[in-house]
Write a protein that binds this ligand. Structure first.
Ligand code: HEM
Length: 652
């Protein structure tokens, strides 16, 4: 600590009174940030922000986000500055994500490195060694069997439906996928005898994550992202020019879609044609179909005003618009349903529109202040001095396979007698395992888009909690990068435990400490549930430091209205803004010159998934969803009641 800190008493009675558990980052902070940290830390310990009136909760979140922007972004393996270019010469999203950051043309391209929010753990103490002594402590299959495997499906009630569950996978397939090491021998995990009788696979093999030695003292090893991390719609357009060429018709800017209104099937390899189809299922295909239609409708709209535009121009404009519509739906619709509390409702809308709101922004434009007018349309992109990427920690908190149920409840949408509360009759149950990969697409042709959409709209997703990881994913056929089924099945929950350890993502308690949160001291700090405590004890003994990130995220007591843990939320808080503010197409280039007037209006007039669905499937929305609810909540749910207290003054 510096002299100034001493003078101001950070080492003395004040600190003694606070008794904070200072995170490792504290010593690196500026004086003012130390002060800000102590304020949020005191709130964390004495009166959590989510119980504060909305406006105070927002101040807390803004302060916390600022600290994370300054201390929770670590560059891995990318040159902080690289080739500059003139953005006006490339006013469109490229096929592989390069040429977005005007000061660093490579940032966010396919094959760039995952960054980090938190310093790796355990440290990489020997640059030449790939070994990591804690990989099997305790055995990943033991953790998966005792703590993750589904006993009985727990769902999210009416808050979050299966469209919401598929949506986040749709986003994951836009953002992240780790490159595997195809040259090193496969890793084999053999179930310990104590649990093997309860494991569908007694042993299985998989490829390790590919490691690159990068010249960085703090993080000497990097992993590459084979998807473009920008919010650029690559789940529909692909991550490189080869896939892009496959999905385009090269006529009027449009994308391919089957005559039956589903994904077109390639005559070459029998696979569905879309940007990213690896390890996918019909839930994701459904959203791909929706946004292909959206893309094609935007092409028509722009062409109607600019009949001379070429195929290439129309494609480029439509892609910009689709990516922005997806980002907007995610920000002000999906996330609002995921984190259902007034503070987040205001906060997420503020990310897009600023605290002055939509009406003000529509009328007067962007004020120049992010706080007042949001990230969208800011004068310049902001990466906080760290080249844009998504991070290892981000991947760790997005491990949400428990959202998937054991089966999809198929509804009969032709039964006109059963419209009470818009709930269609149940026709049958289709095992989710039958809806994945190519077989899933075949089944979709029988079930039909409309029936699947309504069925998913009416079905709650699985809750993110312990003992809720789908059993069918314990013997899953994974796919290779060419979307071919692999020979070796995997036990996905244990593989996920292994992956976080292999990639040196801190375990839960260290994750919290590094994320400026109060760590837990014992199991009771995590949960009140006696069964959970007993099993945690059985697996990890008394050592709370050993608990894996995924287990902690699932076990943590949730904030009222939250479908995810608070620990995961802080990574979202930082990275959701970063995806917007670091991208020139959401900031300096969000204007009608780059998007066209028609394109910009399209984005500005779309507020929700329901708006997009209504454009293409109006008959379904009119018939099967209750009014005034989000398309991400269960479609028969009641609309929330009116609250006369101004939202900023409400107490959650
Ligand atoms: C039927 C649906 C799904 C299938 C078949 C599937 C399958 C897989 C497979 C095989 C992997 C690679 C595991 C590895 O080698 O490390 C994976 C990774 C992953 N999945 Fe899923 N998954 C599905 C749904 C979801 C959902 C709903 C989410 C929700 C967020 C999700 C999030 C992730 C994440 C974050 C990763 C890690 C990506 C990376 O390592 O870069 N998946 N999934």
């Amino acid at each position: 600590m510096g002299l100034l800190d001493h003078l101001l008493g950070f080492n003395t009675a004040f600190m003694e009174w606070l008794k904070p558990e200072l995170p490792p980052l504290f010593s690196k902070m500026t004086l003012i940030d130390k002060f800000l940290f102590l304020v949020i830390h005191t709130i964390d310990r004495h009166y959590p922000w989510h119980r504060l009136p909305v406006f105070l909760g927002l101040v807390y979140l803004e302060v916390r986000r600022g600290l994370h922007q300054r201390y929770s972004l670590i560059n891995v393996g990318q040159a902080p500055m690289s080739i500059r270019f003139n953005p006006s010469e490339i006013p469109y999203r490229t096929a592989n994500g390069e040429f977005n950051d005007p000061f660093n043309s490579d940032a966010g391209e396919q094959g760039s490195y995952f960054g980090r929010n938190l310093a790796p753990s355990p440290n990489y103490d020997n640059k030449k060694s790939k070994s990591n002594p804690s990989l099997n402590d305790p055995h990943p299959t033991l953790v998966a069997t005792k703590l993750l495997a589904r006993k009985k499906l727990v769902d999210n009630g009416t808050q979050f439906n299966m469209l919401a569950g598929a949506w986040i996978q749709f986003m994951i397939h836009d953002w992240v996928d780790h490159e595997e090491d195809m040259d090193s021998p496969q890793v084999e995990l053999v179930a310990p005898s104590s649990v093997s009788s309860a494991c569908p696979l007694k042993s299985y093999k998989f490829h390790p994550t590919k490691q690159y030695f990068v010249d960085n003292y703090e993080v000497p090893i990097g992993h590459k992202n084979i998807r473009t991390p920008w919010w650029d719609g690559s789940v529909i357009y692909g991550n490189n020019s080869k896939t892009l060429a496959k999905v385009r018709t090269f006529k009027d800017g449009k994308l391919k879609i089957g005559d039956n209104g589903l994904l077109q099937i390639s005559l070459e390899d029998g696979l569905p044609i879309s940007g990213d189809i690896r390890n996918s299922w019909v839930g994701v295909s459904l959203l791909q179909i929706l946004f292909i239609k959206e893309h094609n409708a935007i092409c028509d709209k722009i062409k109607s005003s600019h009949p001379h535009y070429s195929d290439e121009q129309l494609y480029r404009y439509a892609r910009l618009v689709v990516a922005a519509v997806i980002a907007k739906v995610h920000t002000i619709d999906w996330t609002v349903e995921l984190l259902k509390m007034d503070t987040l409702y205001v906060g997420m809308r503020a990310n897009w529109y600023g605290i002055l709101g939509k009406k003000f922004k529509d009328a007067f434009g962007h004020t120049g202040s992010q706080l007042l007018s949001g990230y969208i349309g800011m004068r310049k992109p902001e990466n906080h001095g760290v080249p844009y990427s998504l991070t290892e920690d981000f991947v760790g908190v997005y491990r949400m396979h428990s959202l998937l149920p054991d089966s999809i409840t198929l509804r009969n949408i032709n039964d006109t007698t059963s419209k009470a509360n818009k709930i269609p009759q149940i026709e049958n149950e289709i095992p989710t395992a039958n809806l994945i990969h190519v077989d899933g697409e075949k089944l979709l042709t029988k079930v039909g888009f409309d029936a699947l959409l309504v069925s998913m709209g009416h079905q709650s997703s699985g809750a993110l909690t312990l003992w809720n990881y789908p059993t069918w994913m314990r013997e899953l056929i994974p796919q290779d990068v060419d979307t071919k089924d692999r020979e070796n099945l995997v036990d996905l929950p244990s593989l996920e435990i292994y992956r976080d350890r292999e990639r040196h993502v801190p375990r839960y308690n260290e994750f919290r400490r590094k994320l400026l949160m109060v760590p837990i001291k014992n199991w009771k700090d995590l949960t009140d549930d006696e069964d959970t405590i007993a099993t945690l004890h059985e697996v990890y003994g008394n050592n709370v430091e050993l608990m894996d990130l995924l287990v902690g995220l699932m076990a943590e007591k949730k904030i009222k209205g939250y479908a995810i843990s608070e620990t995961a939320f802080y990574i979202f808080l930082l990275m959701a803004s970063r995806r917007l503010e670091a991208d020139r197409f959401f900031t300096s280039e969000f204007n009608d010159e780059v998007y066209t007037k028609e394109g910009l209006d399209w984005v500005n007039n779309t507020e929700s998934l329901k708006d997009v669905l209504t454009r293409h499937y109006k008959h379904i929305i009119d018939q099967w969803i209750n009014p005034d609810i989000s398309a991400f909540s269960v479609w028969s749910a009641d609309a929330p009641g009116k609250n006369l207290i101004p939202i900023l003054f409400r107490i959650p």
